[in-house]
Ligand binder design. Structure first.
Ligand SMILES: [Zn+2]
Length: 832
């Protein structure tokens, strides 16, 4: 017997594999305490070392340098052929040129824990992976013959670790299921978001964050047919599985809907058997394109959201019904539901494969949307737009001839004659990523139900503020793949440099110049120097201002090279409009910035400011938590940023801010933070500028309340939305002579996400405001639609030597509103 045992060990040693351990065998505290991130990685490594049914790929690192990991789970044969399987899969949908010999397999992608504090997701990833590789589980072995599972156990390792490390810190031997305890009260900013406090589950399409960018690189190499996104929600909620709720975007294909229905049927049977509570079809809709269910759907997959109650539950918590919810329960529910995704993908493999391939073929040959070609006029902001298209693998090209056409004009929301010119960006929809292309460019989405819980418009031409058209036919036009790059002429005796102000690179360059103490001016007017037109907001760096700078030309050219449309001027003498030494070019002051953070400040809104400063324009700032406000010497700064928040400033603190402004300080208040100045002496922010406006609003309110007396309870939620805006795009008129609007274009399209509004202010500058009869995109409740006329979106209120910039809308919302990035740069750098 001993000899036989030795032989067995030898055989195991030779093949390199022994039995993979279950999570409980490997981690004695599994299901009782949160698993640290390094333990999650160690567990998966153990599976990889002990099983040839799983392979590993690191696909990058987070901001905090944690690994982003993907695991491929299938039969050993399939894993040996993985690359051939991938190429064959892509070939069948027109994304790879050569057919390979590999048999086709169904590609199923499982994503866990995009929200870091939803730990039941990561924990269940261990169990799901184990059941898939466990040699004693014959059923999963059968599925894997036809399926390749790509499993990402944690999409947000930084957020997960923030939560996990904290939960360990506050855990004693006792749990606290029935009572209040800090175990259930996560401190600011919480672990839901990533390092920069960005919600990665709003970032799939925009890919502003490094985790999203790296994951999407891998995603587009694979193009899965099924994608499950595994979450948690408030711990009193019963389990949620598909079908998703209405509204479904009209581009969701019938086979995607069918799969949703089927998965609901099969999963509910399994949950019935266990007596587990659940719901489906009621809450999570399929509309906004940047989620882990919609984004895969718009890329041909069946995208699905799974939600277990668990946020704030810690290790164990008592629910409303008196039952204790443990981490083990959360793991058990998710494991059952997510294994069912693999099972149904196996059962449906033929239907899925056929439908998936037809989807891509139809999109290439007969795309079904209203428009077939989008034309974006050549503009420096197209640089960033092209990056976004590339990240989404949307094919585009540049016009190489001139053509007169008629098409839908985004900026006026009507049909119009226009001319396509060389270098305009051309995006055609007859391409593999046809649906996501249309979803991102479509100006007006059909909403099957107005009860959506996210923004309802996001059209890229409006977000980027670039003049664009949509044309119904497939535009036959000569195109080229690259823009000819013009290198600025190197002048050895420059009198000054002109740097146009029109995109994020302008702001990045100014950020660099300020940090090197280079003196910079800005043009307040349009001026001609010979044939060169200097636009408003353009940066001017003169030799005269910077006489102490060594090697002026080389130094400046090096600092501004990113902005390749800069021009060197040989003279300061203007053809008209004022010479460079005149009064139209004030010197810019370098901002010394303080931003408040911490409890009472919206964590994601703070994160947007942080990311913008740290990564988008790379400009230093101090961040201080509100609770330490009294330790700050405000006079060390000249700019104070108040992100959206509910600041409980004392009278003394308010006075300090008043004095800071009176002495020349600038406050940028975003969203709800403007209420710090509302109806206060010395400021002009008030809901209604006149008694008449106030009376009119009261009258409307009273009429509505009287009418409501006869309405039923059932539709109360629907009535509520008549005064509601989940997120829509609104046309704004701008004062183009004001530095706050420099470079934005003729109008500004603002993404409005709250119903909060102020009638045009009396005594302040209403620089960007909603006109009467404005254009809008997306859903706005009909009562609110009227109310928003002649309200202000961005205003400046002067007090003493300083000012407050009111940003009623948040231009940095989720970081994808590219023209908003420029608007915020204006407020920071150009408004003096
Ligand atoms: Zn979540």
């Amino acid at each position: 017997m001993n000899r036989f045992f030795n032989l067995l060990l030898l055989l195991i040693g030779l093949t390199g594999f022994s039995q993979p351990k279950s999570p409980t065998e490997f981690l004695p505290n599994y299901g009782k305490q949160v698993t640290y991130y390094h333990q999650v990685e160690a567990y998966f490594q153990q599976l990889v070392q002990n099983s040839d049914w799983i392979a590993y790929q690191k696909y990058g690192e987070t901001t905090q340098e944690r690994n982003l990991n993907a695991y491929y789970i299938s039969t050993p044969d399939n894993l040996k052929n993985l690359e051939e399987i991938r190429k064959n899969h892509l070939y069948e949908i027109g994304l790879y040129p050569v057919k390979s010999n590999a048999k086709s397999k169904t590609i199923v992608w499982l994503s866990f824990n995009v929200h870091g504090n939803e730990i039941g997701a990561v924990e269940s990833a261990l169990s799901v992976a184990y059941e898939l590789v466990n040699p004693n589980n014959k059923e999963t072995k059968k599925w894997l013959e036809d399926i390749v599972v790509i499993l990402d156990p944690c999409l947000n390792p930084d957020g997960f670790s923030r939560y996990a490390n904290w939960l360990r810190d506050v855990s004693g031997r006792q749990t606290h299921p029935g009572v209040s305890d800090r175990e259930h009260m996560e401190p600011w900013p919480g672990g839901r978001q990533n390092h920069y406090v960005y919600d990665l589950n709003r970032d799939w399409a925009w890919q502003t964050q490094v985790e999203s960018q790296l994951r999407m690189d891998l995603y587009h190499e694979w193009m899965p047919m099924v994608h499950a996104d595994v979450h948690e929600m408030g711990y009193n909620e019963p389990y949620f599985f598909p079908p998703a709720a209405e509204p479904y975007h009209e581009q969701i294909a019938p086979f995607q809907r069918d799969f949703h229905k089927k998965i609901g049927e099969i999963t509910s049977k399994k949950f019935d058997k266990e007596g587990w509570m659940y719901y489906s079809g009621e809450r999570f809709d399929l509309f906004y394109p940047s989620y882990g269910d919609t984004y895969p759907c718009y890329n041909g997959a069946v995208g699905m959201t799974y939600e277990q109650g668990g946020i704030g539950a810690g290790r164990a918590v008592m629910m409303k019904n008196g039952d204790i919810l443990t981490l083990q329960d959360r793991i058990a529910h998710h494991t059952k539901a997510i294994l069912t995704v693999v099972e149904l993908s196996y059962v449906q493999k033929e239907v899925l494969t056929k439908a998936f391939r037809a989807y891509f073929k139809d999109n290439r040959t007969k795309p079904k949307g209203k428009y077939q070609t989008y034309i974006v006029k050549n503009h420096p902001r197209n640089l960033e737009l092209s990056k976004l298209l590339n990240r989404n693998r949307i094919e585009s090209s540049f016009a190489d001839e001139t053509k007169k056409l008629s098409g839908y004009h985004y900026q006026t929301n009507q049909e119009k004659l226009f001319t396509v010119e060389p270098n305009d960006l051309i995006i055609k929809v007859d391409q593999p990523r046809s649906v996501i292309t249309q979803v991102l460019f479509e100006p007006h989405h059909k909403l099957s139900d107005s009860l959506s819980y996210d923004i309802t418009a996001w059209s890229l031409p409006l977000a980027y503020g670039v003049e664009s058209f949509a044309v119904k036919g497939n535009l036959p036009i000569k195109t080229k793949t690259k823009l000819a790059t013009v290198n600025p002429a190197k002048i050895t005796n420059a009198y000054a440099y002109y740097i146009p102000w029109n995109n994020r690179s302008s702001a990045r360059v100014l950020s660099k110049l300020h940090q090197q103490n280079i003196k910079v001016r800005t043009a307040l007017k349009e001026v001609y120097f010979g044939d060169l037109k200097v636009e408003r907001g353009g940066l001017i760096v003169t030799k005269g201002d910077n006489s102490k700078v060594q090697h002026f030309e080389e130094t400046i050219q090096h600092l501004i090279q990113e902005k390749f449309d800069y021009v060197a001027l040989e003279s300061g003498f203007a053809k008209n409009g004022g010479d460079l030494g005149g009064e139209s070019y004030p010197l810019l002051k370098a901002p010394k910035v303080l931003t408040l953070a911490g409890s009472g400040v919206s964590n994601t809104d703070f994160g947007q400011v942080w990311f913008f400063m740290d990564q988008v324009i790379e400009y230093p700032m101090s961040i201080v938590e509100v609770q330490y406000f009294n330790r700050i010497k405000l006079s060390d700064y000249n700019t104070l940023i108040l992100p959206e928040g509910w600041y409980g400033f004392s009278d003394g603190q308010k006075k300090e801010i008043d004095d800071f402004i009176a002495k020349g300080g600038k406050v940028i208040a975003v969203g709800g933070a403007v209420s710090q100045f509302e109806d206060r002496e010395g400021y002009h922010l008030t809901k209604f500028a006149t008694e008449e406006e106030k009376k009119e609003a009261q009258k409307l309110q009273e009429e509505a309340e009287l009418a409501d007396r006869f309405l039923d309870f059932e539709n109360s939620e629907r009535r509520f939305i008549s005064g509601y805006i989940p997120g829509a795009i609104i046309e704004n008129t701008i004062d183009s002579s004001h530095p706050l609007t420099f470079g934005l274009g003729e109008k500004y399209f603002s993404l409005k996400t709250t119903q909060s509004n102020f009638k045009l202010l009396k005594g302040a500058q209403n620089v960007i405001y909603v006109p009467k009869n404005y254009q809008s995109f997306g859903f706005i409740g009909n009562k609110l639609k009227k109310t928003l006329q002649e309200t202000v979106s961005f205003a400046i209120d002067y007090r003493g030597n300083g000012k407050v910039i009111y940003m009623i809308d948040n231009p940095l919302f989720r970081g994808f509103w590219e023209n908003g990035n420029l608007l915020f740069s204006n407020a920071l750098f150009l408004v003096e």
